[in-house]
Write a protein that binds this ligand. Structure first.
Ligand SMILES: Cc1cc2nc3c(=O)[nH]c(=O)nc-3n(C[C@H](O)[C@H](O)[C@H](O)COP(=O)(O)O)c2cc1C
Length: 363
């Protein structure tokens, strides 16, 4: 069982969708990091569902930091965040207990935990738990920002509709991080939102691709062979429920070209080594080269849909048909983007702590 991520800076996640609290413990954080409550709240609000494109479950996310902080700064001891669950509708789940949702973790959790799992609302596998990840990630994101490292994610595509790519990344990240629906081209964003609403009206769901840029990480960070930048980031990213693919740079496009198309040639600018293109996503040999770290995540369509689906009665071992009730996101992608930024911050902070020591993130 592993609910902890990270080597030097680690995050433990706990809680279930319909339990009393969800939460996170951050260990190995430098002392003296400012706890920016306004930023934690705004990050939580970017994750929160809104309007017809999100679940009808509305949680206030009134978090409390119950250890590891004193006078508004981290102490360097384990920092514990608690977030109460207040808007559970557990009876929606009792009636369908025997019928695992296709695409969700009901069946696999039942096998792994031998029936002792809290199945209500997807239990420990619910997107709800990501609120704790986002609160913890916000603390790390603001510490990284003080070191000149910024992270931003846009919805590169949703329901087959594509956003434009990053161009002037630093300014775009600042703008994206204020947006509830994180696209670079707002007209495309409106089309995506309409597509999510159309799927929801049919009781169905859609997915998409998130693209992330991390700026300001110095060259030389990463621990080959096994804690490469790609390895550590993907480990963190695949923890996010519904993330089913990760690529760095132009990974899956590169296979169709030649070395001459995709080698990022070096040049000198202001006594620094840079590359003219960034097909490799800022990573060579598992180590940062100083260019923006670029990666994309495939986020699948929400598994809980309101169309009749074939499943089984897993206790009576018969075939069955599932007609779901409850509240679900018709798309996860726009809410997951801030979760991606949070886990990316943890992964990068951990790698920086290995190279420069834990106190690197002190304010
Ligand atoms: C922010 C967020 C919200 C989510 N909301 C839902 C939801 O409303 N309904 C649902 O079935 N799955 C939702 N999920 C996805 C499931 O938790 C996930 O698909 C499930 O645990 C199975 O894991 P897998 O898709 O990684 O295999 C959400 C995920 C995230 C990150």
């Amino acid at each position: 069982m592993k609910n902890t991520f990270g080597n030097n800076i680690s995050l433990t996640l706990f809680g279930e969708s319909h339990g009393e609290y969800i939460g996170a413990v951050l260990d190995g954080l430098a002392p003296g990091i400012v706890i920016d409550d306004g930023f934690i709240k705004s990050q939580l609000s970017l994750r929160r569902p809104a309007g017809k494109i999100g679940t009808a479950r509305h949680e206030a996310d009134e978090y409390r930091i119950v250890s590891g902080a004193f006078n508004g700064k981290t102490t360097g001891t384990p920092l514990t965040i608690l977030i109460p669950n207040t808007a559970q509708h557990s009876k929606d789940y009792a009636a369908t207990r025997a019928y695992p949702r296709p695409g969700h973790a009901d069946y696999t959790a039942n096998v792994k935990y031998h029936g002792y799992e809290d199945y209500r609302g997807g239990g420990h596998f619910s997107g709800r738990v990501t609120a704790a990840l986002v609160a913890a990630g916000a603390i790390v994101l603001s510490a990284l920002r003080e070191k000149g490292i910024v992270i931003g994610t846009h919805i590169a595509s949703c329901a087959g509709i594509s956003d434009r790519g990053f161009a002037n990344t630093a300014e775009e990240i600042t703008a994206l991080n204020q947006k509830e629906f994180a696209v670079l081209d707002d007209e495309k964003g409106a089309e995506m939102r309409a597509a999510i609403e159309a799927a929801a009206a049919e009781g169905d769901s859609v997915g998409g691709v998130l693209q992330t840029a991390i700026l300001g990480v110095p060259a030389g960070v990463g621990e080959p062979w096994f804690d490469t930048v790609e390895g550590v980031l993907s480990h963190a990213l695949f923890s996010i429920p519904a993330v089913k693919g990760v690529q760095f740079g132009d990974a899956f496009n590169m296979v169709n070209g030649r070395g001459s198309d995709y080698n990022d040639s070096f040049y000198i600018s202001d006594k620094e080594i840079k590359t003219r293109s960034n097909h490799n996503g800022g990573v060579n040999g598992g180590i940062t080269n100083g260019m923006p770290i670029l990666f994309s995540c495939a986020v699948k369509p929400t598994p809980s849909i309101f169309k009749a689906q074939n499943t089984v009665d897993m206790f009576n071992m018969t075939d069955a048909v599932l007609e779901l009730k409850g509240r679900h996101d018709p798309a996860i992608i726009h809410r997951a983007r801030v979760v991606v930024d949070s886990v990316a911050a943890l992964a990068i902070a951990d790698l920086l702590a290995i190279r420069y020591g834990i106190d690197y993130l002190m304010n």
